[in-house]
Write a protein that binds this ligand. Structure first.
Ligand SMILES: Cc1ncc(COP(=O)(O)O)c(C=O)c1O
Length: 390
């Protein structure tokens, strides 16, 4: 009989020649358990997903209850489904007043797609601006606004009318004009290797968008849901987007995303043409109850309150001699090493010692550290001791 490893390599589409290929049997809290019950401390949260830890009991219970009531009933937007309306109401509670219309989708990429269409439709303009080294997803529209040529060039033609500006570069803001439908920006850049913009820059960006009538789309797919120490990262900048993107950590481990805007803007998707964005599974009821439970856990367990202290603990105790710099926004961290080969050796060694880290799509000399927010001080200190010796 073929092993799971052989089946994986032979019959699952591969995305690289060197997958991690860890076989995980179960996961709970900050740990994943592999073959022979080998335990791995998860320092990357499935790439920014498991903010409240794996298999949080509240999420599991919500999923069990909802799946015995109903699962898929009808395409998004037709039926009144309690899990969807409850989740929308909870999301809006966490947001400023202008963000009061939630379009539920399946993933981060779909949230990006929906938002791009909404911005074109609302403004009647075609030009979209995004940042160099930006990652907003892998579907055609999201790929078009990616700020990295290496991953795009094989897939042209992509969307026309795309321009890129330097993240945190005030001089480039003049490229935003009355032609620009939307500027899409990660509030904290993730795949660029954790780049944190200045408050002044973000406020100037907001002002420039107001001046030119351009919609500001903030992508909080990776940096939202408590990751940086506030529920939404933009809260730390004193600005509000016109459209907000979320996914990843939103579902407590289940697939779901959303683009969120004002009723006035969102209304344009319902006419001329009707059904401006269609999704069969968007806002799946089982994912919605998981997301509702996830919001409750973040708020009730006050997970954001400890983020900054825990990040400081990492910075204090992670003392590998090869570290050049540590960048972070809360528990969204990057430890930079001399080169990819140097870092890769450390990451591989750490895995043998039961610690899972990673690097970044556009920054392969930096180690990704983004543990579940529930990680304890002791677990951080222990992980740093192991990593520092790798
Ligand atoms: C900032 C950001 N935007 C969008 C996406 C795309 O999300 P998904 O993989 O769910 O399509 C990601 C995924 O890594 C992301 O980090």
């Amino acid at each position: 009989m073929l092993t799971n490893r052989q089946l994986f390599l032979d019959h699952l589409a591969q995305t690289s020649d060197s997958p991690l290929a860890l076989q995980i049997e179960r996961a709970s809290g900050v740990y994943m358990y592999g073959e022979n019950d080998k335990r791995y401390l998860d320092l990357i949260s499935g790439i920014g997903v498991s903010n409240i830890g794996h298999c949080h009991p509240k999420v599991v219970q919500a999923i069990q209850e909802q799946s015995s009531k109903y699962m898929h009933l009808m395409v998004y937007g037709e039926f009144i489904q309690t899990p969807q309306v409850r989740l929308a109401a909870q999301l809006i509670e966490t947001l400023p007043q202008n963000l009061d219309a939630v379009y539920l989708v399946n993933s981060g990429s779909e949230a990006t797609e929906g938002a791009l269409k909404l911005a074109k439709r609302y403004t009647g303009r075609r030009e979209i601006i995004s940042c160099k080294n930006a990652y907003h997803g892998s579907s055609h529209g999201a790929l078009s606004i990616m700020g990295n040529e290496f991953f795009k060039q094989a897939f042209r033609p992509l969307l026309p009318g795309i321009k890129h500006i330097g993240y945190n570069n005030p001089e480039d803001l003049s490229l935003i004009t009355e032609q620009t439908a939307a500027v899409v920006v990660e509030t904290i850049q993730g795949e660029a290797g954790i780049r944190v913009a200045d408050k002044d820059y973000m406020q100037a960006l907001r002002q420039r968008c107001n001046y030119t009538g351009t919609l500001l789309i903030l992508d909080e797919i990776q940096c939202g849901f408590g990751r940086t120490g506030t529920f939404w990262a933009f809260e730390q900048y004193g600005i509000t987007p016109d459209i907000l993107l979320t996914a990843k950590g939103m579902g407590g481990g289940m697939p779901i995303g959303a683009f969120i805007s004002s009723k006035e803007i969102m209304h344009t998707l319902s006419h001329n043409p009707v059904l401006g964005h269609i999704t069969t599974f968007g806002g799946h009821p089982v994912s919605c109850v998981a997301a509702s439970a996830c919001i409750e856990v973040i708020l009730e367990e006050k997970l954001t309150e400890h983020v900054s202290r825990k990040a400081d603990l990492f910075k204090k105790h992670f003392n590998h001699p090869g570290i050049k710099e540590i960048r972070n926004a809360g528990l969204m961290m990057a430890a930079e090493f001399e080169s990819y080969p140097v870092l890769k050796k450390i990451i591989d060694h750490a895995i043998t010692k039961g610690i899972l880290t990673d690097w970044f799509l556009f920054c392969d000399n930096s180690m990704r550290i983004a543990p579940p927010l529930i990680i304890t001080d002791e677990e951080i200190i222990e992980a740093c001791a192991v990593l520092s010796g790798c």
